[in-house]
Design a protein around this ligand. Sequence first.
Ligand code: AMP
Ligand code: MG
Length: 355
Amino acid sequence: MGRSVRSRGGGCAIRRALNLPGCGGLLLAMVVGAALLVHLSARPRWHRLQETRLLMGTQVDVTVLVSDHEQGDRGLRACFGEMERIQALMNIYSEGSQISKLNRLARQQWVVPHPEVFWLVQRSLESSRASDGAFDISVGPLVRIWREARRRGVPPSTLEVQAALAHVGYTTIDVDPKGQRLRFLNEGMSLDLGGIAKGYALDKGAEALRREGIQQALLNAGGDILALGGKGKDPWIIGIRDPRDPNGLLGSLEARDVAVITSGDYERFFVYEGKRYHHILDPRTGFPSRGCRSVTVVGPRATEADALATAAFVMGPSSGLALLEHRPGVEGIVVDERGRKSLTSGLEGKVKWLR
Ligand code: AMP
Ligand code: MG
């Protein structure tokens, strides 16, 4: 599908030429003629290429706007290649992944993990400290029993939750920054990067596109979005899902060079005796966190936005919103358990509400 977005830029050149003081009629006609000629010959055809793959447990769509097909194909290949590489590193469900190796070995000894795993663990620990432990990648043992519970459709017993909780706590992840090493001070520990790795994969996917010279793209991983540039002259428009209506939107916002990441209680859950049990766990109680239906974070980096969305969700509507409000360059929308919406001051007037 071709689009001559740049032709509007050519229009500006003509307007500038018309503003030249003291132009005579002939000169003016020549300038306009020349500008038009340049405009027509330089006008690129814009193509919109899209590809979808299943990745990281969700559908990932990448759309690129490019002036030539080959560049677009190269970009899409590089972008998905990079995201697949990250998935292979961080996947706790694959025995051979770097994170699984770390989980097996760091209980006994210092381990030098893959540098990107080490980097992501460090970013995760920063988020843990900033959120007073609401964000905690050591939730691995809890994630395991709640995944099993989801399969059965019945919550785990309090005893089971207590047993898992005994092995949760980011302060027992020992970090040696000089040696780039990690070890666990609590034997039953295991790390789960599910709350941050998707954001990291989006950042790396966008980096790969930029390396191919692509400056306009939209990466969508199951509703977590990274907008690279805009859509021609316009920004991308991002819908914010209604947490109680899979097909409905609460509103939309404009995005350019920004990540829009949402944590919601609707992503993976089961209902037992009228109560919803979802996948975002409160490391203080061992149970799915209560208080929020969804938290959307808008920020320059998807990695940080992903961790902050999970963190704010667990902290609850008011502390969660305060966390986002105080973070420079970051904004957010919180929908609480009664469906009430609140947003950080920088988003006032910027969300187009639909309901
Ligand atoms: P997200 O959808 O980004 O909020 O991430 C949710 C995923 O992060 C879950 O499926 C778990 O793998 C993991 N997780 C759950 N609770 C936490 C938590 N409190 N801190 C960090 N990661 C968590
Ligand atoms: Mg997250």
